[in-house]
Design a protein around this ligand. Structure first.
Ligand code: SAH
Ligand code: SF4
Ligand code: F3S
Length: 473
């Protein structure tokens, strides 16, 4: 069977009735998980557009539905299976509907069997390293009428990077993958098993992509990797930041995620000195107990983390440190948990993602029998948020009365982000568009956001005239 050279073959094959009309088939991609998956979905969307598919408004009017999945916690997987079972009913009403599942969940052992046995209505199942082959898989599934299950493991750089993105989730900001996979093997984490070994893209590819995004109107890039500090594409990460900082048109640079074990002083200086690099570091703590951290294979102690945060806070006054914390890791005692609360109080995190430990089969932690009772975990979880949230609100309160530059994210709901990533709501101004930077005088602070009024910016700002109009509006 030869592959289609032209999308019309696929359109014809997709649905005979569609072939009689000029209607193009429509797709809907639902993305779960992290920014890496968001970026992959943008690439797969580009592939589908190139094939001749149009974007559907939602699942209901789609001819092809693709779920790009996450499996970092059980709840993420439950969500996918919950949505899938609803699709099974949708397919009964619309037999031509094609369903695909890809992403991290599909890279787990025995998943092919699970789909064959329990979800035979799913037409294509593919993994994280062969997503550039989506058109071929879709075509094969349509041609043969049989499910296509193709999951390969590869430690090459994904070929999907060569595909230019045609529509982005946001006009003004985009993620740029700088590396794939993870070699850290934290004892609880499934990512190294489903995303493979750590590999970095060459700096020239990253710069080319960031430049073309800037040419396309993107103002903010987020450099993505499971552990950007160990970027190994030929230059060190701080040097990569310097090179991205030199791209004209870009105004903000963010990166995610930083592993505390190898956060260098050079990186601290780069954040301090490079004007476009935002003063925000997401630095997952996971636990404040040195004993638990060792069990987790995190390779730093409580003291190391505190010392690093102190170095960051001393070098870059006002830097926002946000974090991830896991509650109820096997063997976590009350004393261990108190150490986490202690670190939270000392560092004063500007934001935190708090997670209940989720057992992931295949990881070393899954073998442990000293699990923490459910009731204790949820009680600790509540105590953790009761410690974190008032601090977050206190930090936000210190911004009242200040004028903060906000990059507009959504002009309709008038919200945006400060340089330190704080969410800012401001008085609506229909003249502003995503990516504009507007100064906002802050007059209210809550736990998860601050709000205020847009004011006229400094005369040097490119948004001067627009923001003045806004003020008088
Ligand atoms: N590479 C990043 C994390 C990616 S996963 C890093 O190491 O910082 C995002 C977050 O999910 C992790 O920081 C961790 O807090 C959480 N997580 C990962 N596995 C988990 C599990 N099994 N149970 C609960 N939370 C988990
Ligand atoms: Fe998972 Fe640890 Fe790798 Fe992060 S660094 S992806 S938590 S194994
Ligand atoms: Fe989830 Fe895969 Fe990201 S497991 S968190 S989507 S790397």
């Amino acid at each position: 069977m030869t592959e289609p050279q032209d999308c019309r073959y696929l359109l014809t094959a997709h649905n005979d009735s569609l072939a009689q009309t000029t209607v193009r088939p429509r797709f809907f991609v639902r993305t779960y998980g992290c920014q890496m998956n968001d970026r992959d979905s943008e690439k797969m969307t580009a592939l589908l557009s190139r094939l001749g598919y149009d974007a559907a408004e939602g699942q209901d009017d789609a001819d092809f539905i693709l779920y790009n999945t996450c499996c970092v916690r059980e709840s993420a997987e439950d969500k996918v299976f919950g949505h899938l079972s609803r699709l099974k009913r949708a397919k009964a009403d619309k037999p031509g509907l094609m369903i695909g599942v890809c992403g991290c969940m599909t890279q787990q052992p025995d998943i092919a069997q699970k789909f064959q046995e329990k979800h035979p209505y799913v037409n294509l199942v593919f993994g994280t390293s062969n997503r550039h082959r989506l058109p071929e898989f879709l075509w094969r599934a349509i041609q043969t009428g049989k499910p296509v299950i193709d999951i390969t493991e590869s430690d090459e750089l994904p070929e999907i990077e060569d595909i230019p993105v045609t529509t982005r989730d946001f006009p003004h900001k985009a993620g740029v993958n700088i590396m794939y996979g993870c070699d850290n093997f934290c004892a609880y984490c499934i990512v190294p098993y489903v995303r493979g070994r750590e590999r970095s893209r060459p700096p020239e590819d990253i710069l080319r992509e960031a430049e073309s995004l800037a040419d396309d109107g993107v103002k903010e890039v987020m450099l993505l990797g499971q552990n950007v500090n160990s970027y190994g594409g030929g230059v060190a990460f701080p040097e990569l930041l310097r090179q991205v900082n030199a791209i004209s048109g870009l105004e903000r640079i963010r990166f995610m995620t930083s592993h505390p074990k190898d956060f260098s002083d050079e990186l601290i200086l780069a954040i301090r000195d490079l004007p476009k690099v935002c003063k925000h570091v997401h630095l997952p703590l996971q636990s404040g107990s040195t004993r638990v951290l060792a069990d987790m294979n995190r390779m730093y102690s409580q003291e190391d983390y505190l010392a690093l945060a102190a170095r960051l806070q001393a070098a870059i006054p006002g830097i926002a440190i946000t974090t991830d914390i896991i509650v109820g890791y096997p063997g976590e005692t009350e004393e261990d948990f108190l150490a986490t609360l202690d670190v939270a109080r000392q560092i004063r995190f500007a934001g935190a993602f708090t997670f209940i430990y989720s057992k992931r089969s295949g990881t070393p932690a899954a073998e442990r029998e000293d699990t923490v009772p459910r009731k204790e975990i949820s009680e600790r979880f509540d105590r953790l948020t009761a410690t974190l949230y008032p601090i977050m609100e206190e930090i936000n309160r210190t911004k009242i009365g200040k004028v903060i530059d906000v990059m507009v994210e959504d002009s309709q709901s008038a919200k945006g982000r400060a340089d330190d990533h704080t969410l800012v709501h401001f008085t609506a101004c229909k003249e502003l568009k995503p990516g504009d930077i507007v100064p906002v005088r802050i007059n209210e602070a809550k736990t998860f956001y601050i709000s205020g009024d847009a004011i006229a910016p400094h005369p040097s700002s490119r948004n001067f005239s627009r923001a003045r109009e806004c003020e008088s509006a």
